[in-house]
Design a protein around this ligand. Structure first.
Ligand code: ZN
Length: 403
């Protein structure tokens, strides 16, 4: 996308949200006025930015122009594939969701069936939006871990039991003809947290809870990926109390407390009556857990005291796990997200906040709870943000497989 300087300017213009003058850009990027002028000219020529005259304010010196991005100049596809569903979004350059589609993840043994759905839904979303293909920068794929980021493989996720070393990135790139990258779903959510203008926390723990649970870390404004791209596994982080039953056999693991499956199992254990969450012919554990989360929301909305208490304790257990992480890394923000939080957040948050507020952090700063940025399905939106970030943000290296 035209080199480091151009990318740096485009990012400053995007984050300035229509307020940046050329002088602002020179100050923000440290580039010379002449370099700014040349690079802005190229961005204008490519249709990525637009320029608007600003009226002279009394005493504000000579009039100038402000720059803003052109949202419809480029697009990115974001895909979130998890055991329950395939969600595809198309984002414009401003991060607005232009089109979205979703389909159930096939229960077939073969990963190929899920791959077919991913490719079909990408094509459908592009067709629905009527966007010219050359304006599409590529596809960001988000899946549960573990992955091999460099080789674009989904290794062997615990809730996709037939998946082993699936070359998802290369297959999607080959079949769509679009540049493609692969990352973990929780890190995609973290990408959305840092990509959107606005609050943009620099040091945050990002929780994604769906079929499983993971905690992505943003430190110094950068997503922590670790040595193999698999940072964020949080299933066995201790919640400091005997709660739930983890797949590892122990009590007190976050994975045994804060995922759709765990919440379903713990609710049943406590005698909360969940009709739709019961086993029936043709339903998988993933689908039953998903229905159980819906039922818990209905019960909580109706003021069921047992359910409200149970969700409060669940939120508090999440809080305990997060205080450990926040203390260790000196974070000031937690961002819960994902299908569990989206539906049960109002009843989980009081317990979460009570633990965070009472925790004596060494820096004596408060821990705030933020919602994930952007509209729409957060992991798919985040996957598109990863792609935009990789293509547009001034960094020496990226993750992208270019076709
Ligand atoms: Zn465990």
């Amino acid at each position: 996308m035209g080199g480091f300087n151009q990318a740096a300017l485009l990012e400053a213009i995007r984050l300035g949200a229509g307020t940046c003058t050329r002088a602002d850009l020179a100050r923000k990027t440290g580039l010379s006025a002449q370099t700014v002028t040349n690079a802005v000219r190229r961005l204008l020529d490519e249709g990525l930015v637009t320029e608007e005259d600003v009226k002279r304010q009394p005493g504000a010196g000579r009039p100038g122009t402000t720059l803003d991005i052109v949202p419809a100049s480029r697009f990115a596809v974001g895909v979130h594939l998890d055991p329950a569903s395939v969600v595809v979004v198309l984002l414009d350059l401003a991060g607005q969701v232009v089109a979205t589609r979703s389909a159930p993840t096939p229960e077939s043994e073969e990963p190929g069936a899920a791959l077919d759905v991913v490719v079909r839904e990408i094509e459908a979303v592009l067709e629905a939006a009527g966007v010219e293909r050359e304006r599409v920068l590529g596809v960001g794929l988000a899946t549960p871990g573990p992955i091999d980021r460099d080789r674009g493989l989904v290794l062997d996720p615990p809730h996709l039991t037939t998946w082993h070393d699936v070359p998802l990135r290369d297959e999607v790139a080959r079949r769509t003809g679009l540049p493609t990258l692969l990352d973990k779903d929780v890190l995609a959510v973290a990408a959305a947290v840092v990509w959107f203008p606005g609050v943009r926390p620099t040091d945050a723990a990002v929780v994604y809870a769906g079929t499983g649970v993971a905690i992505g870390i943003v430190s110094g404004g950068e997503i922590v990926r670790g040595v193999s791209g698999n940072a964020g596994e949080a299933g066995h982080v201790n919640v400091g109390r005997p709660f739930g039953r983890c797949a590892c056999g122990r009590q007190g693991c976050l994975g045994g407390v804060f995922s759709a499956n765990a919440i379903h199992a713990n609710a049943v254990e406590r005698g909360i009556p969940l009709r739709g969450g019961a086993a029936d012919a043709g339903s998988t554990a993933t689908l039953r857990a998903d229905r159980a989360v819906d039922e818990l929301r209905v019960l909580a909305e109706a003021g069921d005291a047992d359910v409200v208490a149970f969700l409060g304790e669940t939120g508090a257990a999440l809080g305990s796990a997060l205080t450990t992480v926040c203390e260790l890394l000196d974070l000031d923000t937690v961002v819960p997200s994902g299908p569990v939080w989206e539906r049960l957040g109002p009843w989980l948050e009081p317990g979460l906040r009570s633990v965070l507020d009472a925790y004596p952090l060494p820096g004596h700063h408060p821990l705030r709870v933020l919602s994930a940025a952007g509209d729409g399905p957060v992991a798919a939106v985040g996957a598109a943000c990863l792609l935009l970030d990789d293509v547009l943000t001034p960094r020496p290296t990226g993750l992208l497989l270019r076709v």
